[in-house]
Design a binder for this molecule. Sequence first.
Ligand code: R5P
Length: 295
Amino acid sequence: MADNEGNIEAKNYGIGIAQKCGSFFLKGNSHADWGVQNRLARIFNPKSGNTVMLAFDHGYIMGPTSGLERMDLSIVPLIKYADCIMCSRGTLRSVVPPEMNKPVALRFSAGSTILTELNNECLAGIEDAIKLDAAALAPMVAIGDPNFEALTIRNLAQCADFTSRYGIPTLGVTAVGKNLVRDARYLGLATRVCAENGATFVKTYYCDEGFEKVVAACPVPIVIAGGKKLPEADALELAYKAINSGARGVDMGRNIFQSENPVAMIQAVKAVVHKGLSAKDAYQMYCDLAKKASK
Ligand code: R5P
């Protein structure tokens, strides 16, 4: 029988011992179908093993979020710098030029907005995702939500069935409710539940204490969201610490498109994620690029 104490004493995380990857470069996906691996190899750079995903799906629950009022003006110029883009199908069709040829992590669940209760979501149609050549399907999973936890886990599980059937990876997107603490115990539970229910990779948040345990106990790759806008130096520090604790990339939105200089910021984030640049050097890079652009 399940209990809510069995994960308190968990301690054998094998920190420092990499999970065996098998023949594929991303953990937990060696036995995946060719289509899944091929799409993952478009999202993640096979050389660094990491990815910079540019997220601009916020409007599907938040409306015209700051920085996303005119995505044709603010987002399209950033897309060429990203390894992958994450957006809704409405944005994809109306704003993103198909010629940009970037893999798309398609926001794949929807149902409520910030005006009512978040997370009361259902899945979008798989046929449309196939038509759009989605590289990943991204449903929201609200672990700990008293009303919609079960619904959103069911959505994830159904999405994982689509992964098995059509070869399109599932990105489990962990939503953290207002009353939940983003600590290693919660994030560890949320990410593991996503992986156990079939997520091919998982998006979650970074936490300062014990993030390496979250990564170690999740058998598939983790990418981190940026969250609310931070000063650029702090956002680069966040990315640096996450990568150094084992995250395989970022799925970042506001800390890029709400930056003083989004083009400089996404390039600095890329240098951290793919080249291991320190946060300090990346911030210097950001300042230099921003200065050059203002001349
Ligand atoms: C939130 O609605 C979306 O899932 C975002 O894609 C995600 O939170 C990443 O964006 P940000 O870095 O702004 O948190």
